[in-house]
Design a protein around this ligand. Structure first.
Ligand code: BDR
Ligand code: CA
Length: 336
């Protein structure tokens, strides 16, 4: 079977970096480009970080495109308190020796989607690039084969307010536009946004034990993962009172590659853009409004199988050996 073509739209970002590492390691994925949006860090820093990860993974042939520098309407709020000043946990990665493409991310998305028969997008940051694509070229936008988005929450609490998750909170107007397009554009009828929200990603916790084991499987990459996640671990201890860090973005990549990793239900979803609950995903789970089901809301996942995939594909672990160690260190279900 041919590898599936995909564009990663991201804001690296510690967990974006882990997601890129996973995407670049999966034989079933053909990453045709990386588009960067302002989010965790300003877009120029995000571009640098994407290039740093490509260098680490020896994949600098993949082009990187700089995207939108500001949300559609709201003032831009970064997440450097979570990801460090450099966005990669202040791990001291060397500056990349390659640079990004001169084409902007939105034109790249428009050109490539118009040219390819089957091209999907995994969105790991605020949806600003995608909303601009929708404005500039709705025909190209409608050609996205599948859109998997890390963002939002259904029943889980938010991470930027009691009800809002960062990617949609950072640019609620963009997320609202994209979700509404999936409910109203005839060209998108029958398609849904696969929403990998905090309900599932909070179950994917990278613990110190797991990091220790990763270093034993692959000292170089395991060491880099330890370096970039230390800051994130400290943040989670302060903010969420857990030992370990929630690794949101890699689950979206893993789910794109293997649908059996998450399950959920389809529903109409809107994104709030105003008031104290801005950024909240309002999921009409009981079909109150009888509107087109523009989203597939993932609510269940299997952390054991996710980490198995990560350790085997990114770090080259032997499956039966990894299973054996996991039976020692991954025994507890992490509460949602
Ligand atoms: C999302 O926000 C960012 O901080 C992470 O990279 C992830 O995409 C989680 O809310
Ligand atoms: Ca992200």
């Amino acid at each position: 079977m041919n590898a599936r073509k995909v564009i990663l739209d991201c804001d690296p970002g510690i967990d974006d970096a882990l997601a890129l590492m996973l995407a670049l390691s999966l034989p079933g994925l053909d990453v045709v480009g990386i588009t960067v949006v302002c989010g965790n860090v300003p877009v120029e820093k995000g571009v640098k970080n994407a290039l740093k990860i490509l260098e680490l993974m020896n994949r600098t042939e993949i082009p990187v495109y700089a995207g939108e520098a500001r949300p559609l309407v709201r003032p831009y709020v970064d997440a450097m308190d979570t990801h460090g000043e450099d966005g990669l946990g202040e791990a001291g990665f060397p500056d990349p020796s390659v640079s990004c493409s001169s084409q902007d991310a939105v034109s790249f998305l428009a050109d490539r989607l118009s040219a390819e028969e089957e091209l999907s997008v995994i969105a790991l940051g605020p949806m600003t690039n995608l909303a601009r694509l929708l404005e500039r070229s709705p025909e190209a936008f409608a050609r996205i084969q599948e859109l998997v988005s890390m963002g939002g929450t259904y029943k889980s609490h938010g991470n930027c307010s009691p009800v809002a998750e960062y990617n949609y909170w950072c640019d609620p107007d963009a997320a609202a536009k994209v979700y509404e397009a999936y409910a109203s554009m005839p060209e998108l009828s029958g398609k849904q946004i696969h929403m990998i929200g905090l309900d599932v990603t909070r179950k994917i916790v990278l613990t110190p034990n797991l990091i220790e084991y990763m270093k034993r499987i692959h000292p170089v990459l395991g060491g880099k993962i330890e370096a970039i996640t230390r800051f994130y671990l400290d943040f989670h201890w302060q903010q969420e009172g857990i030992i370990g860090c929630v690794t949101n973005d890699p689950l979206a990549v893993a789910y794109f590659a293997d649908r059996s990793l998450c399950s959920g239900f389809d529903a109409y979803t809107a994104v709030e853009t105003e008031g104290i609950s801005y950024g909240q995903t309002l999921v009409d789970a009981y079909d109150f409004w009888k509107k087109p089901h523009n989203s597939y809301i993932l609510t269940e996942t299997d952390p054991f199988r996710f980490w198995l995939l990560f350790c085997c594909q990114v770090l080259g672990g032997d499956e039966s050996a990894v299973r054996h160690i996991f039976s020692q260190i991954l025994t507890e279900e992490v509460p949602a």
